[in-house]
Ligand binder design. Structure first.
Ligand SMILES: [Zn+2]
Length: 436
């Protein structure tokens, strides 16, 4: 195919890495011993030799050290040591791309990505978990982060549109008036996959379900990303687009981390590129089935070594089992919760997103959408968008539901016209300051 030849000529390293990573998807041996040992040792050796921060940190460790005893890297440490974590090697600097993530407080944390293939190849391979899709097939992306929306006349935009066959539409200020136009674009462009934030796809999906617009094209799969995906949203999106949802888990720091496959039973994570540990509050490895902090080491970022980085999300690793999709990459066995999604009760209970979605759906009338904010003193602010079914009686019900589950937290409920989005256009349903 001509586009593949052009891609190969323009991005030879990424192309080669993609071919290799596709092979590893089916041949990778994760369980039983010295997985990635050589890769870990060369990363540590490189970091110690070329990054001033790691030169000091790893001074007393030899290259064969067990990764698990190296101190953790946090966002705060990156902020303090950004310039000294960066490799001094000229060749690494040539491959550095400045990147940033918004921390829990919304304050940006700057770091560098390595553009030598690993990150991009994992993204392309990850999307291929959608049955019937392969890289360079048509993909329509509904994205909220303005910084990712390419300027229409740029060379990069041309490249994405005609070589990658990707079209990106902004959902940053998605309004009811845009929906008709967006569905027209799907019908005309006929993408094999559609990618988007769950909240945006749910918004578009509801209009299709309500038959305000007619979707005539059926994609092979819908890839949700960027926010927590709730069961309710998955149902709306699958029914609207008449296609299965493949949720993916990623972040600015590492790009794609894990993808749902056609089995829809957990998330294959990129264990060939990323060392993922799940640790408890004392820093010890969690047992199978326990939920803990996710800690990641990127084996492909030599520009800005991220060794044992605490990403701020919670996860649970499954026992060894083969997957019917054929991938031999290991899995997280449950939906991964952002740690900021956990709301704490004064009675000691902790509740995650599904408590709220189920309560508002099954027990209260008239709530169309909601946002929960928890302050450090445990108090809760509940912002809701309502319809005509909502009354004072329903407001009392919400307070009782919360009291029943979380105890006597101070609760304030506000009916609002518009719910807030983050500066990157993501919709955060739940945020607790107690998770900081
Ligand atoms: Zn699978």
């Amino acid at each position: 195919m001509i586009r593949e030849v052009i891609f190969r000529l323009l991005k030879p390293k990424i192309y080669a890495e993609l071919l290799e990573s596709r092979k590893r998807k089916y041949s990778f041996k994760f369980y039983g011993g010295d997985t990635n040992k050589k890769d870990i040792q060369s990363l540590l050796k490189h970091a110690k030799e070329n990054s001033p921060y790691y030169r000091v940190l790893l001074e007393n460790f030899d290259d064969a050290v067990d990764l698990k005893i190296i101190p953790l890297l946090t966002k705060a440490k990156i902020k303090e040591n950004r310039d000294t974590i960066l490799s001094e090697k000229k060749h690494d600097l040539l491959n550095a791309m400045e990147n940033s993530t918004s921390g829990s407080s919304g304050e940006a944390c700057y770091f560098y990505s390595d553009i030598r293939g690993g990150r991009d190849a994992r993204a392309y391979r990850g999307d291929e978990y959608v049955k019937g899709y392969s890289f360079l097939n048509k993909q329509l992306i509904f994205w909220g982060a303005e910084r990712d929306i390419l300027h229409k006349k740029s060379l990069k935009s041309f490249f994405h549109k005609y070589i990658y066959q990707q079209q990106t539409l902004s959902t940053y200020n998605l309004k009811a008036d845009d929906l008709h136009e967006y569905v027209e674009i799907i019908n005309k462009y006929k993408p094999v996959t559609i990618v988007g934030y769950p909240s945006a796809l749910q918004f578009i999906g509801k209009d299709i379900v309500n038959k305000n617009v007619q979707l005539t094209h059926t994609p092979k799969g819908i890839i949700t990303s960027g926010e927590m995906l709730y069961d309710e949203q998955r149902k709306v999106i699958e029914s609207a687009f008449n296609a299965p949802v493949y949720n993916r888990y990623g972040c600015r720091e590492f790009g794609h981390i894990a993808n749902e496959c056609e089995a829809h039973d957990g998330y294959h994570y990129n264990a060939d590129d990323l060392i993922i540990e799940i640790i408890d509050n004392d820093g010890n490895p969690c047992k199978v089935g326990d939920v803990g902090q996710i800690v990641i080491t990127d084996l492909k970022n030599y520009t800005f070594p991220m060794i044992r980085y605490v990403i701020g999300d919670m996860g649970m690793v499954s026992e060894e089992h083969s997957c019917k999709c054929g991938s031999s990459l290991p899995k997280f066995n449950s939906v991964i919760g952002r740690s900021f999604d956990i709301v704490h009760g004064v009675n000691g209970n902790k509740v995650s997103g599904s408590f709220w979605t189920l309560s508002f759906r099954d027990s209260v009338l008239g709530v169309e959408s909601f946002q929960i904010r928890q302050d450090k003193d445990y108090s809760l602010t509940v912002n809701i968008k309502t319809n005509t079914l909502f009354t004072m009686k329903e407001e009392e019900k919400i307070k009782l539901l919360i009291e029943d589950k979380l105890g006597d937290n101070h609760v304030e409920i506000f009916v609002v016209e518009q719910l807030e989005k983050s500066p990157t256009g993501k919709f955060k349903w739940i945020h607790s300051e107690l998770n900081k």
